[in-house]
Ligand binder design. Structure first.
Ligand SMILES: [Zn+2]
Length: 101
């Protein structure tokens, strides 16, 4: 578990009317550094991760602190599909989820 403070200045995105400190509480438990059905995606409490299901700045900073990062990182975090929510991955969607649709 990592607690990361991100200084977000005013106007860095269209929603910031004043400078804020965004707190990321990142959970890397059971993240195994590969795109595998057993992998558990990193999660964060911030709006980017909760609402957009995106890999937030907090997750990226937390991963960078780990020794595995040096050999794992490619040219972009966007190449790392395992960092996205399983909700976005048809190959990992549990059949039971379709019963709610
Ligand atoms: Zn976050």
């Amino acid at each position: 578990m990592f607690i990361i403070y991100e200084n977000v200045p005013k106007f860095t995105d269209h929603h910031m009317k004043e400078s804020v400190v965004r707190v990321h509480i990142v959970n890397l438990r059971d993240y195994i550094w590969k795109d595998d059905p057993a992998n558990v995606v990193p999660t964060c409490t911030c709006p980017a991760n909760r609402n957009l299901k995106d890999c937030c700045a907090g997750i990226m900073v937390a991963l960078k602190q780990r020794p595995e990062f040096a050999t794992w990182y490619g040219s972009s975090f966007l190449e790392k599909r395992e960092l996205l929510s399983r909700r976005l991955r048809a190959d990992l969607t549990a059949p039971s989820l379709y019963s709610f649709m």
